[in-house]
Design a protein around this ligand. Sequence first.
Ligand code: SGN
Ligand code: CA
Length: 530
Amino acid sequence: MKRPINTPSGLKQDVYGAIIALVLLLSHAFAASSGKPNILFIFSDDHCQQALSAYDPERITTPNMDRLAKEGMRFDRCYVTNAICGPSRAVIQTGKYSHINGFAVNGIVFDGDQQTFPKLLQRAGYQTAVVGKWHLASTPQGYDYFDVLVGQGPYYNPPMKTTDENGKVVTREHTGYTTEIITEKTLSWLKNGREDDKPFMLMYQHKAPHRNWEPAPKYLTWLDDVAIPEPETLYDDYATRASPAYNQAMEIKAHLNDRDLKLTQPRNFTPEQLAQWNAAYGPKNEAYLKAKPNLSEKEIMQWKYQRYVKDYLRCVKSVDDGIGEVLDYLDETGLAENTVVIYASDQGWYLGEHGWFDKRWMYEESLKTPLLVRWPGQTKAGSVNNDIVSNLDFAETFLELAGVPVPSDMQGESLVPILKGNTPKNWRDTFYYHYYEFPGGHSVARHYGVTNGKQKLIHYYQTGEWELFDIEKDPNELNNVYANPEYSSIVKSLEKELGRLRKQYEVPEEDPDFAEMKRLARERNRKNGA
Ligand code: SGN
Ligand code: CA
């Protein structure tokens, strides 16, 4: 017979358990009545709407992300200001465009001394934490706890930076699958790191599904027996587009390397991980290499597309599983009731559209990021919003949720009224975008532009070229109608709006000297031994 555990008043285990559960629930209810909700910000890297079934069920089911959409609000037009990793994160930290927060391209160091939303939340009594991908090269500031990947971080066996018992920053090695490790650390902070008497703001940030898309052991052969549908624009020839679309380096056909395609072995695996990997990819690769001499160029491209997209979806699946575990924990503890859960990615992504992988462009697939928000009792379950919102609005939203006044130098707007079902009358109906990283990976030209969700005007300012798309008629953005006289009045009005927005956001005429900024970052990293 099982012996009852020792309890203070000799109560039976189940009664004691029930009392503990009641106390926990009451303390959470108390936190709820203090009016300060917890904030769980779930963030992934390079995850597009096309690979999230609440947006698009064609390629994958993501039941746990879908739960957030079913129980909360799905935003269909969340635009990022600069579709690349570090810059998107810096926008979220500060609520300011890249030219103001100073982090316009990857590879420089974020100035963590500036005002950021976690610092403001901390000052307002929130306990703050960040786990997973950081990618701003600075030591996180404004967090009571951090445990972050070093740089991009690998898919397996990641070193992570945190502080030891004495508050010293240390790097610790881990064995296992990074997505699962980030989830475990998140759960462990929720269980053991949280202070019951404070509301929390936790950033749970995945590396996946970033390139080079290495799946977890359990998903190495998942999807092997299905064919993923090809997007309509997989064979885009860029006719009518300005020169940058021809000159990029992100084509599935030409720019995926053997590491991306799993035709070479990963380098940092344990023998056991490598054995599982080879057992899964070995036979598939052998079959492909045997068939390859007789395949046409198009068939090779189709094989690459399937290999790439499946590995990407496998990585998304692990992110979705992790979210499920964390949502279940919130339910079991009663925390769910008073926790606003947000899911987003740093930007969208090309899953073969225009023949591409990667991001960076102002075209729809990378401009838009998924955004799902569940706020029990406030946001209508299953609602869909079509306003133009942005990662520029996240910091302001978190502050308003916490009852902290939004500083006037932040450039976005809180989404709280929208989440409550009331879009303010003067809500933005146009949006300014600016991408800077050229020269840089994948050779995407610098550009800025404006969209009103119906039409989009893009300016490649280094070559002086323009593009105009009628997104309503041409959602795939295949026809550049900039020079079409039928659109001349639209061009004029969007050009004017572009000028107005550049002025409003104080965009300087000249870009900063990025080469110099990168040189300084390298110097600083060398000094810090990074
Ligand atoms: C790496 C990737 C690129 C990717 C950048 C930026 N190459 O350099 O494909 O565009 O990161 O990504 S890889 O072979 O090293 O994976 S970002 O998400 O950090 O902005
Ligand atoms: Ca990214």
